[in-house]
Design a protein around this ligand. Structure first.
Ligand SMILES: Cc1cc2nc3c(=O)[nH]c(=O)nc-3n(C[C@H](O)[C@H](O)[C@H](O)COP(=O)(O)O)c2cc1C
Length: 334
């Protein structure tokens, strides 16, 4: 007999916005979907529209560039007003069917800059990148998104600063210095975009003490939602009996120490697994990444006790090359 989800089906209110269930589509780029100048294209709109129709309560649009940088692929851009018409269409598609939608704000970091360390970035340039994050958040609000997620994970710029900055201008050295930029961004974006605009942060840190301190700093700065990750790799020193991905263990450590809702992500394939993550109070929301790439209706199926089409977990996920090569979603047709 089919059993509908209980925990996943609970709504959640953040910043006065009702999230209709606890299923999250985490940020996921389709690297084959490139467009010059960071413009949104039809495939983006179709893909995010499908997630919205598929029933997820919260959709986080993939990492989008806050600064125009030379990089091997064209990420969706948030760096100029030319990006606004496409972003507006994307916001409409992704919020269809009552999904709350955030945009992940990314600065790639040192790999796109002529510096080897964060400390080498001249102060004026460092502050300009900060402004770029703030302007990007304002653009997201302008076109109708419900909020943003700061990408401070996966070795990206904000993550590099938190883990490595030795700047001497107050943005490096001690933990308080390394976390300062992130705290200022949360505070300033909230102030400019308003209380009802959700500010989430995706973060990681191999040092659990600093991971938890990061969460507390975000909470104190006025952030609204925490998303604990490490990309496709994991955390170490996990209790051997822990039944889920190490990223969910890290999320549970954070959840213990803050009041903000916490998203858990990592290798959740079925509705039953997601239910157990929430029932065990390891996280407040469950993000299903590759599951949604393979089956955009993952949420509706899991909520109604049906089995979604399962990801085969290809050693290198084909969506890193071009989603149309995914053997499950498109039969690897490209
Ligand atoms: C093709 C692909 C693209 C991704 N792009 C992003 C991204 O833009 N930003 C990000 O924070 N994480 C990105 N991720 C990581 C996912 O958000 C998620 O954390 C990861 O896939 C683990 O969840 P899963 O086991 O449910 O797939 C990506 C993952 C995949 C497979």
């Amino acid at each position: 007999m089919k059993q509908s989800a209980v925990f996943l089906a609970q709504p959640l209110e953040i910043c006065g916005r009702k999230i209709k269930n606890r299923v999250v589509v985490p940020p996921m780029a389709d690297f084959g979907m490139t467009e010059p100048d960071g413009l949104v294209n039809r495939r983006h709109i179709e893909r995010y529209g499908a997630y919205a129709k598929g029933g997820a309560g919260l959709i986080i649009i993939e990492a989008c560039a806050v600064t125009k940088m030379p990089e091997p692929r064209n990420t969706i851009g948030l760096f100029s007003d030319d990006c606004l018409p496409g972003l507006k269409k994307l916001a409409q598609a992704a919020t269809e069917n009552g999904a709350v939608t955030l945009v992940q704000l990314m600065e790639t970091g040192l790999s796109t800059m002529p510096y080897h360390t964060i400390a080498e970035i001249p102060e004026k340039e460092f502050l300009r990148y900060k402004e770029d994050f703030i302007r990007a958040a304002v653009r997201c609000k302008q076109v109708g998104f419900d909020g943003i997620e700061l990408h401070a994970s996966h070795g990206m710029y904000l993550n590099q600063i938190i883990e490595t900055s030795e700047r001497q201008d107050g943005y490096g050295g001690s933990f308080e210095g390394r976390i300062r930029l992130l705290a200022e961004l949360v505070r300033e974006i909230k102030k400019l975009c308003g209380e009802s605009f959700i500010v989430a942060v995706r973060f990681e840190n191999p040092d659990y003490d600093e991971l938890v301190k990061t969460a507390i700093t975000i909470e104190q700065a006025g952030g609204d939602l925490l998303d604990v990750s490490t990309g496709m790799s994991g955390y170490r020193n996990i209790p051997s009996q822990f039944p889920f991905d190490s990223k969910i263990y890290a999320a549970s450590l954070v959840k213990d120490k803050v009041l903000l809702p916490v998203i858990g992500v990592g290798n959740i394939q079925t509705g039953e697994q997601a239910e157990r993550v929430l029932e065990s109070k390891y996280a407040d929301m469950a993000a299903i990444g590759r599951g949604h790439l393979c089956d955009p209706t993952w949420a509706n199926k899991a909520l109604h006790g049906e089995r979604p089409i399962l990801c085969r977990k290809c050693k290198t996920c084909m969506w890193y090359i071009d989603g149309r090569k995914c053997p499950v979603r498109y039969g690897g047709a490209l």
